[in-house]
Design a binder for this molecule. Structure first.
Ligand code: SF4
Length: 353
């Protein structure tokens, strides 16, 4: 059982972050933000995939000016991502639900004061988004691009915002490797109660990003650290959300849908298990009720796994058993098993909603 670190609850639009709010998933569009149609289309794809909060890059004034039109056409909370030019944050704050700025490249602190004033006027939160690769010079010179440097930057900026009377804050401490990322979040966690946005940045392609994020974010989530998260993938939008949701589910941070236990297959296999499990995964992807199910290739471990599963298949030679809560309810030919299994899973999901 994971005990989450008690954090302050803030709101990004209508999505609560921190406190007892569910851990939300985030992603970013890759269209030119000034291309309103393309950006809205990508945000809608993310929304459909289950994303809770979306962020868009705001590199230029035309991007900042497009935010109002984007916001009017979407139903997800919108975060503006600001680097270098604080004036873009002032324009963005008129339309979006949160401003993320990188303290390492905004420049003079008086500029942050202007951003805070704009956010206070609209009552929207700020994410202090610290990146190991772009720390303020003073912290980089003192600590290098280390977890300690990231934490020093975050603490400095938190204090700066607090001194201005601003506490609707969330924090991210991202590095491109797991060790620094995890260390930074662990170091900062006991020092304040602001919600944390988790992420390993620039994590690479789907395969590598999945591994890095599973280790890094999974470790933190299992320690009760993390209130919202982004899995950063050089790939397609939906992949970020799918991986994020899987990490939340498999770390135990947020039960969601089926936990499918399937064997790796071996020389005892007597069925086409790979095809069967792929079909089951596809046909049950819509189920949000947390259920344990098992699909095993022969009787060696099938009965043992089925005893703990809500619904199970134990394959045999050309035939197999469907079991519910450890009881055999059907003995069918191989081609009938998946249909019966999916039927029983859908029935149980409906009953236990
Ligand atoms: S359940 Fe059977 S087929 Fe699957 S890995 Fe175990 S022994 Fe092999």
């Amino acid at each position: 059982m994971i005990t989450r670190y008690p954090t302050k609850k803030i709101y990004v639009g209508d999505v609560a972050v921190g406190g007892d709010a569910p851990i939300s998933t985030q992603s970013m569009t890759y269209s030119n933000t000034y291309d309103v149609d393309a950006t809205v289309e990508q945000i809608k794809r993310l929304h459909f995939a289950g994303c809770d909060i979306v962020r868009v890059a705001v590199p230029d004034m035309e991007d900042a000016l497009a935010l109002k039109a984007i916001k009017e056409r979407i139903d997800l909370p919108l975060v503006a991502d600001i680097h270098y030019n604080y004036k873009l944050a002032l324009i963005a704050a008129e339309s979006v639900d949160c401003i993320r700025f990188n303290p390492g490249n905004i420049g003079e602190k008086s500029r942050i004061k202007e951003i805070v004033k704009a956010c206070q006027q609209r009552d929207i939160p700020i994410r202090i988004g610290v990146n190991a690769g772009s720390l303020e010079k003073e912290f980089e010179n003192k600590y290098g691009q280390t977890a300690e440097g990231m934490v020093a930057s975050a603490e400095y900026n938190i204090k700066y915002l607090e001194d201005l009377g601003f506490t609707d804050i969330k924090i991210s401490l991202k590095a491109s490797d797991v060790e620094r990322t995890v260390s930074a979040y662990r170091l900062l966690r006991p020092k304040n109660n602001y919600p944390f946005h988790l992420g390993v940045t620039e994590a690479g392609t789907l395969f590598h990003a999945t591994v890095k994020s599973s280790i890094g974010l999974g470790t933190l989530l299992m320690e009760g650290i993390g209130d919202t998260m982004r899995v950063s993938i050089t790939g397609e939008l939906e992949e970020e959300i799918n991986v994020a949701r899987a990490i939340l589910k498999d770390s135990g941070a947020m039960p969601d849908g089926l936990n499918i236990i399937s064997c790796p297959t071996c020389g005892r296999i007597e069925a086409d298990l790979v095809t069967a499990v792929a079909e089951i995964e596809r046909r049950t992807a819509h189920i949000k009720t947390p259920l344990n199910v098992s699909v095993m290739g022969c009787v060696v471990n099938a009965i043992g796994e089925a005893a703990h599963a809500d619904v199970a298949i134990a394959y045999g030679k050309g035939k197999g058993l469907v079991m519910v809560k450890g009881e055999v309810i059907a003995n069918l030919d191989e081609h009938e098993l998946v249909d019966k299994f999916v039927y029983e899973v859908e029935k149980m999901a409906e009953l236990t909603k």
